[in-house]
Ligand binder design. Sequence first.
Ligand code: SF4
Ligand code: SF4
Length: 403
Amino acid sequence: MYEKPNLSLPEKFNEFSEARRNGFLKVRELKESGHRAAGFFCTFTPLEVLYAAGFVPVSLCGMSAETIPAAEAVLPGNLCPLIKSSFGFYISDKCPYTYFADLIVGETTCDGKKKMYEIMSQGKKTYVLKLPHGTSPEDLDFWTDEIKRFISYLEKEFGVSISDGALREAAKLLNEERSAKEELANIQKAVPSPAKGYDVYKALEGADFLFSHKDKVENLRMLSESLKKKASEEASPEKQADSNKPLPETRKQGPKSRERRILITGCPIGGVLEKTVKTVEENSAVAVCFENCTGTKTFSRKTDADAPDIVRAIAERYLRIGCSVMSPNNERLENLEKLAEDFSADAIIDISLHSCITYSVESYSIGLFAKKKGLPYLHLETDYTEGDEAQMRTRIEAFLEMI
Ligand code: SF4
Ligand code: SF4
């Protein structure tokens, strides 16, 4: 049976920003109306199952350096900043979402996260999904069974029943959210792009903290509509004629008039957005596409809600995300090939977080791929500190000069 949760505010509540406070209060309202919250860290988490079980899924990925010192009191310093930041939020009680989560859902993706979940499980109810690291038919069988085990766990632990019908319904809702995100991201296919990539990224990221399906879809669609309007205005004959006029002398000597369109790939970048994407866009280039979590990895694949075996359909959708924890990871190269073409990319910037072994190693293959495609390629490795900001800026500026 559902146990009434402790809904008192965490000690540090007043230190949270307004947006996070609003999200927190929303989660509290949802919990008061009988929902449970499940914290998760990874795009491989099968959200259909959590929706069908009545949970509100909340991303707990840490994007701030603020909590890293607290994490380093327990974890080694040479872990990726995303893991340390997330763990820091967990142990310092600084994240309202972690505070309210009835369950943490982990996954066996990279070693650092696996070991972090072991420690987290000592203080919070935690389920770690065993993700196979391949996409063969045997891997799909294993992953389908693992999702079934997860369903059984939730049913037993929380006294809920998860029917096929509820899973199909959840898949439809999530597909609608994925399509709304995709529609927004696809606006950047227009040349010139109607928005800054930074703003599109922030909108996609923010949508995940709107916990009402209706609000999420409506907000994303409204934004897409206004950007589409802007794109068609930009493409109007008057504007086109205007852009064909000779440039004034000062602009000729300045940055090139045709925008340089950058395809961003790699690790989750919420914690390094300012010193990477913002710097790119301060130099007359535009991040037109994000092949990462928050970007295309989250929304480009849909779940076949009408498949004969809905659990297998869910498993199939998640197994083909194209993350570097998969070996081999052909999916990512196939995705990049298509995205580079669809978004008319002029170059690729691959961003790895420090100590992220799988993405750092994979940068070699991404570099070869870019060379084959004739696209200039830059690999950046960074963390959540401010120490390398100047170095990042110099490297990005030098790279963009070449394009
Ligand atoms: S990059 Fe890979 S491991 Fe990290 S959150 Fe995304 S899917 Fe999960
Ligand atoms: S960025 Fe890399 S090391 Fe960090 S959590 Fe994701 S996969 Fe693991």
